[in-house]
Design a protein around this ligand. Structure first.
Ligand code: NZQ
Ligand code: ZN
Length: 390
């Protein structure tokens, strides 16, 4: 295990009927006027908006609204939010939605105090040093953004979907009420499950040795996600399944698995971000396509871990590590197919000639990866596997 610092200041309030606590939590920080940030209206249809508003009113918190955040949140919306937040001189931000809304809110929170262009934080020219206090009411378990300091934003003109990270961007308080997710379209529940599994795999396969506790937690999270996703496909309102999936997704990317690791591999995520930037598909779909291709490409770098994955997740044990590794990757793909995810670029309409566009986009972030360092040649090979995967 590597030396580590574990830091996570986010307070989580988890469970049924907890959204009504948001006003009280914001008030505890002495805030009186906030920017309420949300997406395209699901929170109005499922009643979450009303619960939030009632709580803000109860605690005499004024609010202004910037809505319309799209999946794969855009930089233009961030600029709109920063301008509006400054004009109204808010003293905090409340994000109500999934990862896209929370990430957009983080960018606004950082941009509020930065004199330059907040895109500088995403193009690695600036580390966010000061941000508005941020709160979230989570409506889609997937990204872990409710309990981490990351934000991923897309710059429309250049199709760059890039990430930033800062300890200033952790939400102060996040509310996770699993019942708020009863209204999710099946596809979004599935996307969330794939994202959570992928976060776990980024750490699990980053090449660190002797991380028994992290490995056991990782395997437990993946098994829990698979089991509870299957329950939710039968009954989307199963409270225990929603709760277990939700907490698994939070734990997958809140720093717990990072402790003692190489910091995660993150090549699959970087390669995926180019896919969702160019094709505007959901992150969870892109990961179902890219991650198996990456696993296939790098498996010989650490075959024992792939063997262990096959055994622990899918009960595969032929006695031959190389065979098990292949069967494990195949079993993951089969599960993705079974729950309705694409597993090849072809399925999202990409062709051979899109490979170069993807490579060009992704190499801006190269070299990438810990288990295996990827540069142009390797990136092209992985996209080529992903094109034809079945
Ligand atoms: O626009 P609204 O109305 O909010 O609808 C959303 C959106 O259409 C809908 N939705 C959310 N909660 C719902 C609901 N519909 C009905 N009922 C509910 N309770 O779901 C759609 C997708 O929402 P989105 O926020 O885009 O999904 P997700 O949470 O998966 O976030 C994905 C974004 O986060 C980034 C991804 O790349 C992508 O841009 N990531 C952020 C990370 C982080 N901050 O740590 C790490 C991840 O690896 C990831 O890159
Ligand atoms: Zn992800």
């Amino acid at each position: 295990m590597k030396n580590f610092v574990f830091y996570n200041p986010t307070k989580i309030i988890f469970g049924e009927n907890t959204i009504s606590k948001i006003g009280e939590e914001i008030k505890k920080f002495g805030l009186n006027k906030i920017l309420l940030h949300y997406g395209s209206g699901s929170i109005k249809r499922n009643g979450v908006y009303d619960q939030v508003i009632n709580s803000l009113k109860e605690y005499n918190i004024e609010w202004i609204e910037v809505s319309g955040v799209k999946p794969n949140p855009r930089l233009s919306k961030v600029y709109e939010g920063i301008k509006f937040a400054k004009e109204h001189n808010v003293d905090g931000i409340l994000a109500v939605g999934g990862g896209s809304v929370i990430d957009s809110a983080k960018a606004i929170a950082g941009g509020f105090y930065y004199d330059g262009d907040i895109w500088d934080a995403y193009s690695k020219k600036y580390i966010i040093k000061k941000a508005l206090p941020l709160f979230s009411v989570l409506t889609l378990s997937a990204t872990g953004s409710e309990m981490n300091g990351n934000s991923v934003i897309t710059k429309e003109e250049t199709k760059q979907k890039w990430a930033t990270s800062s300890k200033e961007l952790y939400p102060k308080v996040s509310i996770i009420d699993p019942t708020a997710q009863y209204s999710l379209p099946e596809k979004q529940t599935i996307n969330g499950a794939v994202d959570a599994i992928s976060h776990v795999m980024e750490y699990y396969f980053d090449g660190t040795k002797d991380t028994e506790i992290q490995d056991q937690i990782a395997e437990g999270i993946i098994r829990t996600v698979i089991k509870n996703t299957e329950i939710l496909l039968e009954n989307p309102k199963d409270y225990n399944a929603r709760s277990n999936l939700a907490w698994s997704a939070t734990l997958a990317l809140n720093g717990l698995l990072r402790a003692g690791s190489n910091g995660g591999d993150w090549a699959s995520h970087t390669l995926e971000h180019s896919v969702s930037a160019l094709f505007d598909i959901a992150h969870g779909e892109g990961l179902a396509i890219i991650f198996p291709a990456w696993l296939e490409y790098v498996k010989n770098e650490y075959i024992e871990k792939f063997d262990r994955f096959a055994k622990e997740i899918f009960n595969i044990d032929t006695g031959n590590a190389a065979i098990d590794a292949n069967l494990g990757i195949q079993a993951l793909k089969e599960w993705y197919k079974r729950i309705g995810q694409p597993i090849s670029l072809k399925e999202i309409g990409a062709t051979e000639k899109d490979i170069e566009r993807l490579v060009e986009n992704a190499i801006q972030s190269s070299p990438m990866g810990k288990l295996k360092k990827l540069e142009e040649k390797e990136i092209r090979e992985i996209y080529t596997i992903a094109l034809k995967n079945k």
